[in-house]
Write a protein that binds this ligand. Structure first.
Ligand SMILES: Cc1cc2nc3c(=O)[nH]c(=O)nc-3n(C[C@H](O)[C@H](O)[C@H](O)COP(=O)(O)O)c2cc1C
Ligand SMILES: [Mn+2]
Length: 486
């Protein structure tokens, strides 16, 4: 599988990227106000490298961006030759969930051991504690980006936000942007359907005047850094999943001022709390939709203590008109979770989400259709599947369509449609960032059944064959073609 030794922090990742020719150092001063965004945007649009800004203006902390913004970089990040290798590992693990006989049980053991080895390990100390600052600190020391001209301010864009479920004590990690209001307070943009927001609500139901401890890690080994965006079920520990991805447990250290734990290898830790009765205007923010998300009311994070490495690095990203770095990160997540989706719904043969669909707007699904109405069953399944509930448009096609070839999808899906018959609308939760819906968080979705229609679905006309030249003719003309040197 992998020849790459495990990456234990951002520095290791930088060195691995550099060895692979996937990193450009920027030795001159560049301003975190707009300029770094313009660099990052240009780079990602030209399939350029990751960028290490050694002198972000106004800060002594170097800044890494676009570290995950290509397939090759994702493979380096996760220590695989191909993202599908991880999907295969997950598929292998899932297959032995229900062992049939003794032989299967025996086969399970090494795999279970692998899972056990993934559990996070609490350690006493770690590099993120090299410098501990309880009073003398300011967020202004870090090169926090002001990304786009009409943004409401500077935003920490790549944080791992740690909270605990106040009822079960179980940990959650989510990547939720944080607007830096001043030296010690930020916004906490967990959208209403996300697990951090649920922890907040449960704590508030118990004691509306209280607070919830929150700690934030900025920069960690690449698998751990990515885990904040994983769409896994509540109370399933993202740090366990990170351990599985990196094939080594994530080491966690206790925080100084609250009862949370954070990755020991993190560059920067912000410890603090969120008041349950305090909201503040957050945004606007140039978002991954390619539009500004509007101002909204969100909780406020109060930083009480900052710990960091002696020479920390600042890991960040920019979202904006697609494709950006988050497209690649999302693609990795999609491929990694496809086996989970397939296990639940074996009729799904493949899934594609074009960059322009910004994750939630468009999912193309290929199925092996077996019974009348099958495409609609899959639409409903997807709308009930974790964060896939946000999918605004689902296009279901037959398994013989190459769904990663978008021109083939447009051609064949449109040919298969009787729009009045084949479109299904559904009302339900929608992405907070969807600015076109009638209200925030609630609206409509559309499923398009672009499969061949069957007579058992009421379609009694014959369905025509797709045009294909016969092989003998193709071969004969190929030879003649060559002789003409066309
Ligand atoms: C770069 C980036 C920024 C994100 N910003 C936010 C955000 O501000 N708010 C939010 O709710 N989700 C945001 N997300 C998506 C969440 O990280 C994602 O939904 C994650 O699964 C949430 O974790 P949870 O399921 O534990 O709540 C962002 C994702 C990425 C890749
Ligand atoms: Mn979660």
């Amino acid at each position: 599988m992998s020849s790459i030794t495990s990456l234990n922090d951002v520095g290791d990742f930088i060195r691995a990227l550099e060895r692979a020719g996937e990193l450009q150092r920027i030795p001159f001063e560049v301003d975190p106000y707009l300029e770094i965004t313009e660099f990052a945007d240009r780079s990602v649009k030209r399939n350029g490298p990751a960028l290490l800004f050694e002198k972000p203006k106004g800060s002594d902390v170097p800044l890494l961006i676009n570290a995950f913004a290509s397939m090759r970089r994702l493979e380096i990040a996760l220590g695989v030759d191909n993202i599908e290798d991880i999907a295969a590992r997950i598929a292998g693990y899932l297959q032995m969930q229900k062992p049939e006989g003794l032989v299967d049980k025996l086969k399970m053991l090494p795999k279970l051991a692998e899972m056990n080895a993934a559990f996070p390990k609490t350690v006493k100390d770690g590099p993120c504690k090299e410098v501990i600052r309880r009073s003398d600190f300011s967020l202004d020391e870090f090169p926090i980006l002001h990304c786009w001209p009409h943004d409401g301010g500077r935003f920490i864009t790549f944080p791992l936000v740690f909270t605990k479920n106040p009822e079960t004590g179980k940990r959650n990690v989510g990547m939720y942007r944080m607007q830096a209001y001043d030296e010690r307070t930020t916004g906490m943009h967990w959208q209403t359907q996300k697990h951090g927001a649920e922890h907040f609500r449960r704590a508030r139901a118990k004691n509306p005047e209280g607070r919830i401890p929150v700690s934030v890690a900025i920069g960690a080994d690449p698998a751990t850094a990515l885990s904040g965006m994983l769409p896994i079920p509540p109370d399933l520990d993202e740090m366990m999943f990170a351990g599985f991805l990196r094939r080594e447990p994530v080491e966690m250290v206790p925080c100084e001022t609250n009862d949370l734990e954070v990755p020991a290898n993190a560059e920067i830790i912000l410890e603090g709390y969120v008041n349950l009765n305090e909201m503040r205007t957050e945004g606007p923010f140039g978002d991954h939709t390619g539009f500004y998300s509007l101002e909204g009311e969100y909780p406020v994070f109060h930083v009480e203590c900052v710990t960091h490495k002696k020479d920390p690095l600042y890991l960040t990203t920019v979202v904006g008109p697609p494709p950006q770095e988050d497209y690649y990160m999302g693609y990795a997540v999609e491929r990694v979770f496809l086996p989970v989706m397939k296990m639940q719904y074996p009729e799904i043969t493949d899934v594609a989400m074009p960059a322009e669909g910004i994750f939630h707007n468009l999912m193309i699904v290929a199925i092996r259709k077996s019974y009348p109405g099958h495409a609609r069953k899959i639409m409903n399944a997807i709308w009930s599947l974790g964060q896939a509930m946000f999918t605004k448009v689902i296009v279901v096609v037959d398994h013989d369509v190459d769904i990663h070839n978008y021109s083939e999808v447009v051609w064949k899906a449109l040919c298969a449609l009787d729009p009045e018959r084949d479109v299904q609308f559904s009302l339900g939760p929608v992405d907070t960032l969807d600015h076109a819906q009638r209200m925030q968080d609630y609206g409509s979705k559309m499923g398009i059944d672009a499969t061949r229609k069957w007579d058992t679905e009421g379609f009694t006309r014959p369905w025509p064959d797709e045009i294909k030249m016969d092989e003998a003719t193709r071969a004969r003309i190929a030879t003649l073609w060559k002789s003409l040197q066309l």
